[in-house]
Design a protein around this ligand. Sequence first.
Ligand code: INS
Length: 640
Amino acid sequence: MSRKASDNVEYTLKSLSNLMGEKKRRKQQEEGTGERSLITAADSCPSINSQGTGDLERAARRQFQQDVTPGFVYVVSVFSALGGFLFGYDTGVVSGAMLLLKKEMNLSALWQELLVSSTVGAAALSALAGGGLNGALGRRPCILLASFMFTIGAAILAAAGNKETLLGGRVVVGLGIGIASMTVPVYIAEAAPPHLRGRLVTINTLFITGGQFFAAVVDGAFSYLPRDGWRYMLGLSAVPAVLQFLGFLFLPESPRWLIQKGQTQRARRVLTQIRGNQTIDEEYDSIKNSIDEEEKEGGTGGPIIYRMIIYPPTRRALLVGCGLQMFQQLAGINTVMYYSATILQMSGVDDDRLAIWLAAVTAFTNFIFTLLGVWLVEKLGRRKLTLGSLTGTTVALLVLALGFLLSAQVSPPVTNTPRDPLGQNSTCTQYSYCNKCMLDPNCGFCYKKNGSSIIDTSCIPVNSETTDKSAWGRCVNETVSKADGSIWAYNYCPTSYSWTALLGLIFYLVFFAPGMGPMPWTVNSEIYPLWARSTGNACSSGVNWIFNVLVSLTFLHTAEYLTYYGAFFLYAGFAFVGLIFIYGCLPETKGKKLEEIESLFENRLCTCGASDSDEGRYIEYIRVKGSNYHLSDNDASDVE
Ligand SMILES: O[C@H]1[C@H](O)[C@@H](O)[C@H](O)[C@@H](O)[C@H]1O
């Protein structure tokens, strides 16, 4: 038998012994009967005799996975990730709701902007405040508080009778989003076993993008309702919020927070509950020791943020965490998602409804490729995944920019400048090309198609209530424009190069979603020592939301000054700087225990290179089981 094969059999038999449970094995060790009982176990297992080692190995692997990952930790993660779903749903649903609201409530542009950005602004504030709450009250009360706010916010929004109430509801929802966005990743990371932590925390981002996709579908479906569709859109989020609230009444507090607060008995109970049939002594001791150590290192004087800044490892971790979140937003994800309908329209989709549904396809792409991230995070590790993702994202942004540039260069000229029958002195009549006309928020482009050529073109003021039609002329409403064969383009220009932008959009999502979307959240949940974890996550989540508002609010102005392609070139530039930053500063945290990660930030300003531990989880398993088995490299990398 080759060495490799004999190692495999040795491993299989030894893993099988673990099937018998910790207590029994220890007893056998004490009595010196371990070897014999291994054979007894093999004898009593029919598969070893009838089908060789195959079934045995499979059984051992199954047991290994069950031992390492009791189902309860998945329940905990999924209920927590409902917070991510609500984050995604509430930030995503508003664009569709706004289309209906602005007509029914007669909202000005300022009010529309207020209703969208108030939520993100409130999220920034509550994410920052969430650090103190998390540290003082614990993770569980914060998640309960967030789901309570989501529920109340949804109820206010669904019942709102005027725009002021709507604003109130959006602020309450935003406060919930902020707290959930910083608490949920921390809670999952603290409950998860090291070898699965990345995957479980990334599930939260999967739920965020899932929420965004679901919101896009709900937007599409309720847009057909003649009245009050927005009430359903905004109110529906109460369902997952109530579910999460009820679930968390029964779910435990984070064991690490409990140990930190000296609630040792409760902590032991929770650890036993989430680790299933494994012994928890070693994990408990290692958390306890590291808390004692941390208390010495972190000192006790002054606010935590001050202590984090003066202590080099936490200062570096904070820099990496906030930098990742900043570059996630500077790479323009939310503008790309928000303007996906425009990009699609540029690519020739001139039906509004179809554009809404295609925007749902965009959100679905974001969701599906985040799923790829869930799978890749424990295979490639955080560092490789983030670097690969951001490289692709940068290239995609360049393709997008190029698409807009080509479209602008072949932008159709204005051939007709009709006189304004309303006698208003509009700026629209001054533009001689579509690309200028489209960038003015007050104007749109009215044109006809003759085969592939664009003819009979005018730049006309947009209707003051809806951007779907012009204020007057051939595109004043659907009936008139259909009879005339004219098409109304608001915010885009018809060109034959628009496929480049579409290609850029697809590329962008395929690359961004598995890495740059989830990794900033995942990495932040694990790089701070316990005493600094709440504050570190509060700061980095705050940075995420602040840059989210900044990028979304400035996009239209940036596009006005720099044009669309200029804006996307700018994002590509940011993404490139982000790439250098991540290359130099992001260490690999895959497979490490939370308590070990601080050491990665100890010596260098920035930590290059990955410290992969593919076999780490496996060897750790054997170690926790108290065995001294030798594992060949082959065994270790073989196990899934
Ligand atoms: O990680 C998420 C995700 O990528 C979302 O799609 C995006 O809207 C959020 O801003 C981001 O934080």
